[in-house]
Write a protein that binds this ligand. Structure first.
Ligand code: 5GP
Length: 210
């Protein structure tokens, strides 16, 4: 049973340093799953490459971001690589309250803030699950970051420094997927989602069959 009757959606909080292939894994998982949505974060950084506003991110100004902070609209926000990134409560709640699952692609600081906020918020406590995506080794991560060829040396150095900090936090997550092979990592991520959907504790109905 893929969708337990009356269940709330699940918010999968997914972290992992740049270069782990997190975006490629999540793109593939999202492509083939009708009940899975992507939580569109707000950011003050500029769009890159083929990114589209309101699909990849809500690209907003510093001023607007700070207004949203004052309104308490974010469940979490963080400064990552000198830019603000944040998750709107409404973005996730609109899905989980309708039984739809949602993927949050956020850094470890953001995930820690959601964990803390969920401790004081019944809905968020019920719906959140945490997944960490790691590289096969630190050397391989460095090789992948350099092979991209899109970033300047100082950007790569900063990402590597950040990666070290992120990699120290893996044990705070519920699941670990090591991306040695993309197809396998996609299959493992789908398996985590499938298993979480079948948890008996997510079933709201007292007796779903009778
Ligand atoms: P990028 O600029 O490469 O798209 O993302 C940089 C980092 O910011 C990634 O680690 C990504 O997971 C993180 N990030 C994206 N959206 C959010 C968000 O809403 N909150 C937080 N805390 N981090 C985010």
């Amino acid at each position: 049973m893929d969708n337990i009757p009356g269940r709330l959606g699940i918010a999968f909080v997914v972290s992992g340093p740049s270069g782990t292939g997190k975006s490629s894994i999540l793109d593939r998982v999202l492509e083939n799953d009708d009940n899975l949505r992507f939580s569109i974060s707000c950011t003050t950084r500029e769009p890159r490459g083929s990114e589209v506003d309101a699909r990849d991110y809500n690209f907003i100004s510093h001023t607007v971001f700070e207004e949203r902070i004052k309104e308490n609209a974010f469940i979490e926000y963080a400064l990552v690589h000198d830019h603000y990134y944040g998750t709107l409560r409404s973005e996730v709640e609109q899905y989980v309250t309708k039984g739809q699952d949602v993927i949050l692609d956020i850094d470890v600081q953001g995930a820690a803030k959601i964990r803390a906020a969920a401790g004081k918020d019944d809905l968020w406590q019920k719906v959140t699950q945490y997944l960490f995506i790691g590289p096969p080794s630190f050397e391989e991560l460095e090789r992948r970051l350099r092979a991209r060829g899109t970033d300047a040396d100082d950007v790569i150095e900063r990402r590597l420094l950040n990666a070290r900090v992120e990699l120290q936090n893996w044990h705070q997550y519920d699941y670990l997927v090591v991306n040695s092979n993309l197809d396998e990592a996609v299959a493992q991520t789908r398996a985590v989602i499938a298993a979480e959907r079948m948890r008996i504790s997510r079933c709201a109905a007292a007796d779903p069959w009778l």
